[in-house]
Ligand binder design. Structure first.
Ligand SMILES: Cc1cc2nc3c(=O)[nH]c(=O)nc-3n(C[C@H](O)[C@H](O)[C@H](O)COP(=O)(O)O)c2cc1C
Length: 339
């Protein structure tokens, strides 16, 4: 299913994005159960054996060097408010040297004049910028055009079957998605193609299939944070009746990471979904993620004018957690650092 590039669709997509930004930042949209990260504890070493500032956070990921193993997860684009949020998120990501995933570029493909709402002029460039497209709208040529329009370093494809199914105007059309991802990997090579969920996690079998078609990384985007069935349910009464049963649907982030690591041992992983602070990020790294991602917490901070400070706090928490767990570097964190 490709996008329908008529003006009415673009306008209603804009209204939907505005609703998403407002509702996702508000109450009642979190999974009924946690990410599983809150049940884990990192070891506490009273003798960390090194100075705090000697802990290394730098990480190579998706062809970029990040100052810390963190990613601002994909959120928005296409409206004036999205432009303000993206400007704040780009500035925060650049300030702290971490990656930035942009929101779905489907609207931009239909209307290239929306470029400023994704990449506001004058916003600094983070070390890694990823374009984003949903599986339903994915076609290799469109994906390449989007990456070029956004001057992005690569592409994040999002898999959101439950959201599409709950959303009244959604398109739950997932036949052939894996084949289109494979073709997109070929088309964009050597630029990285990463694949993520949107907060319901992934089964190890999905991760194995994605690894087999050559994706550069998988973001498990597990349950425990933002729940897109509940967001759609708050946006539309018809969705609300259906959504409630999915309040605790999905694979919690901790379980999804362990499953992904086992299914695809060499594949770079992002741990996201309910990662609220730098300690949770460190736990995700200990479970095998190469990078941890945050969406909603940084949206709320950006809307409050404190995205840079909030991200700085996460980086500081991560540094302290790596150090106090007894690791020399974020990259070294492993299951042996869990209590
Ligand atoms: C306002 C908002 C908009 C989002 N839009 C997208 C999107 O366009 N593409 C995408 O891949 N994920 C999107 N997501 C999902 C996030 O990238 C992330 O996977 C999910 O919110 C779980 O992370 P969290 O618990 O830290 O919020 C969005 C999330 C939020 C909060």
């Amino acid at each position: 299913m490709t996008a329908r590039p008529d003006a009415e669709t673009t306008a209603s997509a804009g209204a939907r994005k505005a609703d998403h930004l407002r509702i996702a930042a508000g109450p009642g949209v979190l999974h009924a159960r946690g990410s599983g990260l809150e049940e884990l504890r990192l070891r506490h070493r009273a003798l960390p054996g090194r100075d705090l500032e000697d802990v290394a956070l730098e990480t190579s990921f998706a062809g970029a060097t990040l100052a810390a193993p963190l990613l601002v997860s994909a959120m928005t684009g296409g409206t004036a408010e999205a432009g303000a949020v993206n400007g704040a998120l780009a500035a925060a990501a650049a300030q702290h040297g971490v990656g930035l995933a942009l929101g779905s570029g489907r609207a931009l493909l239909d209307d290239p004049s929306l470029l400023e709402t994704y990449r506001p002029a004058g916003a600094p460039r983070p070390p890694l910028v990823l374009a984003n497209l949903g599986a339903v709208a994915l076609q290799p040529d469109r994906a390449e055009r989007l990456v070029e329009l956004l001057d992005a370093d690569g592409l994040f494809v999002h898999l959101n079957p439950v959201q599409e199914a709950v959303q009244p105007e959604g398109e739950p059309c997932f036949a052939g998605v894996l084949e289109r991802i494979a073709a997109t990997v070929q088309r964009l090579s050597p630029r990285p193609v990463l694949v993520k969920e949107v907060g319901f996690g992934m089964d190890p079998e999905d991760v194995g299939q994605l690894a087999a078609v050559g994706v550069s990384a998988v973001d498990v985007a597990g349950s425990g944070g933002t729940n897109w069935a509940l967001v759609e349910g708050r946006r539309d009464g018809r969705a609300g009746a259906v959504a409630q049963a999915f309040a605790d649907w999905g694979v919690p982030t901790a379980e999804a990471l362990r499953g992904a690591r086992a299914a695809a041992p060499g594949l770079p992983l992002v741990g996201s979904g309910g990662v609220g602070d730098g300690v949770a990020a460190a736990k995700a790294l200990a479970l095998g993620a190469d990078v941890a991602g945050l969406a909603r917490p940084l949206l709320v901070a950006a809307q409050d004018g404190r995205a840079g400070a909030a991200l700085g706090t996460v980086v500081r928490q991560l540094r302290i957690a790596v150090w106090a767990a007894g690791a020399a570097s974020a990259a070294q964190l492993g299951e042996e650092h869990l209590a």
